[in-house]
Design a binder for this molecule. Structure first.
Ligand SMILES: [Mn+2]
Length: 331
């Protein structure tokens, strides 16, 4: 499918489902809500389906009330997918990322469109805008909408959604994926009425007292630094998280503190859940944490930011991680 076929596709009103990944972040929700608004303003029937809940700090975004949560409303989500003529995959590129909803997407005869910036997309779509150099899926939604001729619909609410995605995925415009185009798009979003300070504050000035105490505990008691290898590790057990009344999203960004130590090449955050330990990886330069996460931690992501999971408690997970670092990685 090419660009002109896409223009033709959206010339008629369609039943459209937008999907994004599990544990949706600012880019997942921002890009999905923005695309949803563009499509609705074009007159299409749009459902936005998310595998599980979005964190509270994203609930202010316009349209977030109408998202269908697969965990809460599985039947409505499956029905939407089964009736869709077009299904979008945003900010992910493998159907495992949307839990068992992926099987329904796979089985659907709808036209499948992938818009994403992760590497190695699986081959299940009819059209893909897949650019691993792009700062965010939100940036790609801007480009996609521009190519479709939809930017006339760009308003303040859509601009806020796209800006949220770009800002969160670029660490507030500081990661190497931030291009001149990223800034140009941000400028256009401001022209549409966006107030960056408002979005920044809505996303980041949302700490609770407990969250800051948990952060303090993690940094003073649970941060290990291996200066020789340039590796930092933060680990938190379920009971530690409970002690600080942990809520989803409270450890968001914690791994970046490890990476900010001068000389660090790789930072890891281990977070114990009921029966598993979640692993987040960040790196600088040539250290490819996507490969590390894929090879040893049942996960993947980007070269400098990836995630994975181990089916074990925190203590064995920490030993396993250290074993991989000592014996498997070249330093
Ligand atoms: Mn993203």
């Amino acid at each position: 499918m090419d660009q002109s076929a896409l223009l033709e596709l959206f010339a008629q009103k369609k039943r459209i489902v937008i999907t994004t990944h599990r544990s949706p972040d600012g880019d997942a929700i921002g890009s999905s809500l923005a695309l949803s608004s563009f499509l609705m303003k074009e007159g299409h029937d749009v459902r936005l389906v998310i595998p599980d809940a979005a964190p509270d700090f994203l609930h202010w975004m316009e349209g977030s009330d109408s998202m269908l949560n697969f965990e809460l409303l599985p039947e409505a989500c499956i029905e939407a997918v089964e009736h869709a003529e077009v299904i979008f995959s945003l900010d992910y590129n493998r159907l495992e990322r949307i839990a068992s909803l992926g099987e329904h997407v796979m089985a659907s005869g709808a036209i499948k469109i992938l818009i994403d910036h992760h590497i190695d997309p699986a081959d299940y779509f009819d059209f893909a805008l897949s650019d691993t150099k792009a700062s965010s899926t939100s940036e790609l939604i801007y480009r996609f909408s521009e190519a479709q001729g939809w930017l006339g619909h760009l308003d303040k609410a859509i601009a806020e959604c796209l800006y949220t995605g770009i800002m969160t995925d670029t660490g507030s415009f500081k990661f190497s994926s931030t291009s001149a185009d990223t800034h140009r798009i941000a400028a256009h979003l401001m022209d549409a009425g966006l107030v960056p300070e408002k979005v920044h504050s809505a996303i980041f000035d949302t700490n609770t007292y407990d969250r800051l105490q948990l952060l303090g505990h993690a940094l003073t008691k649970k941060l290990e630094y291996d200066a020789e290898r340039g590796v930092s590790i933060i680990s938190l057990s379920l009971s530690e998280k409970n002690r600080f009344h942990y809520k989803k999203g409270d450890t968001e960004g914690l791994v970046n503190y490890g990476l900010s130590i001068q000389g660090t090449k790789m930072a890891v955050f281990l977070s114990e859940e009921l029966n598993i330990t979640k692993c987040s990886f960040r790196s600088k330069g040539d250290v490819d944490v996507n490969v590390i996460a894929r090879t040893w931690f049942n996960g993947g992501g980007h070269k400098n930011a990836a995630g994975g999971r181990l089916d074990m408690k925190l203590e064995p997970a920490l030993s396993y991680l250290k074993d991989v670092i000592e014996h498997k990685l070249r330093h």
